[in-house]
Design a binder for this molecule. Structure first.
Ligand code: UDP
Length: 364
């Protein structure tokens, strides 16, 4: 056997695992179907602007160990994510905070805002939210749900808010202070120069094959490695024998515009149902750029079908139950490990992926 580890996928889980294993003296080879490393954190330079090719990636974490770890590979800027929402040309601050409540209802104090939300919660009659709609009404009341959540969520996930799990909306903070920081985490920023150099550094001493499909590769090179770390879709690994897991996909339309500042913010969400995209990204604002031109991306949610990128797992009860069946098969494999958003079928943020990859590397 030529290698100790065959690592399938050069996304964040794969590159951290490859780095740690190589550091521990293991011989690794990394494969990726795509023509570049980094998976969905991949960034590239366009007009001197660092473009997030697969959607905006803002690094944020509560985990000091993960923050110290990633800082060994990059310097981070002081970007704080403060997206705004455009609902029928009204602009609201996110996440839901005193600025949002002031714009929505004209209230000025936390007591006034709480009273508005409490009254709307009471009217909804919900005590134990069972789906995303109920969770949203319970947390923030009907006005915010209808203007800032319902349309965005239904286009993002392609289904009714009543058919989505409550946890998705609990990702967003709700606070009664004038604070537009989208995250509650103490560590946040964007790597100077983008994410691709991080993946490059992590793979420095490791063999990498791009444009390489695992199933073709392993058919041609059976037994090439003692162990496999698989970060692709777990159902695909097992030939979807219990049925296919569901994913949500995205489509990006990126263009260069001859203006130095198109929208005044890195992220503007379009929360009404009728606008077909969910958000517009102006990449230069992630790095406080002052280039003469700008690069913007319209992000369109899309139904997933085989051949498209599976960006988001749909962690509802049906899919989670199906995943458990694949997980049981995976646990029975001595020489294959599954990791990352697709391998573990979890809506992980980047910090969680790193934590999982570090845990995994320590364990094995
Ligand atoms: N969401 C919303 N309105 C917004 C932004 C987010 O209703 O303006 C909801 C939506 O359901 C989304 C979820 O909150 O899927 C999580 O948003 P987040 O920004 O964490 O999504 P990501 O950046 O991972 O796509």
């Amino acid at each position: 056997m030529k290698y100790d580890y065959l690592i399938v996928g050069a996304g964040l889980f794969g590159v951290v695992a490859a780095h740690e294993m190589t550091k521990a003296g293991k011989k690794c080879i990394v494969l990726d179907r795509r023509g570049h490393i980094g998976g969905n954190i991949y960034t590239e330079d366009v007009e001197g602007i660092c473009v997030h090719k697969y959607g905006p990636h803002i690094f944020h974490t509560k985990n000091k160990k993960v923050w110290d770890y990633i800082n060994k590979f990059a310097e981070f800027n002081h970007y704080i994510n403060m997206p705004v929402a455009n609902y029928k040309n009204e602009i609201y601050n996110l996440p839901f905070n005193m600025n949002t409540f002031n714009k929505m209802w004209g209230v000025k104090t936390p007591d006034e805002a709480r009273a508005m939300i409490d009254a709307q919660r009471l009217k909804s009659g919900i005590k134990e939210p069972k789906n995303l709609e109920e969770q949203a009404l319970f947390l923030v009341g009907r006005d915010i749900y209808e203007k800032l959540i319902k349309g965005y969520t239904e286009k993002q996930w392609g289904r009714d808010c009543k058919d989505l799990p409550p946890f998705i909306i609990k990702r967003l903070p709700l606070r009664f202070v004038y604070d537009n920081n989208y995250f509650d985490d103490p560590f946040q920023g964007i790597p100077v120069g983008g994410y691709t150099p991080i993946a490059e550094k992590m793979l420095e001493n490791c063999e990498v094959r791009l444009n390489t499909d695992y199933f073709d590769f392993i058919a041609r090179n059976p037994g090439i490695a003692k162990k496999t770390v698989y970060t692709g879709a777990i159902d695909e690994f097992f030939g979807c024998r219990f049925g296919a897991l569901e994913y949500r996909s995205l489509r990006f339309e990126t263009k260069i515009l001859p203006t130095d500042n198109y929208q005044g913010n890195a992220i503007v969400n379009y929360t009404e149902r009728e606008v077909p995209y969910t958000r517009v990204i102006e990449h230069k604002h992630f790095a406080f750029g002052n280039q003469p031109n700008t690069v913007i991306t319209h992000e369109y949610p899309a139904a997933w079908e085989r051949g498209l990128e599976p960006y988001y797992p749909i962690n509802d009860e049906r899919n989670n139950a199906l995943y458990e069946k694949y997980k049981a098969l995976a646990d029975g494999q001595d020489d294959v490990y599954f990791g990352g958003r697709l391998g573990q079928y979890k809506y992980f943020d980047m910090d969680k992926v790193i934590a999982e990859a570090l845990d995994f590397s320590e364990r094995v």
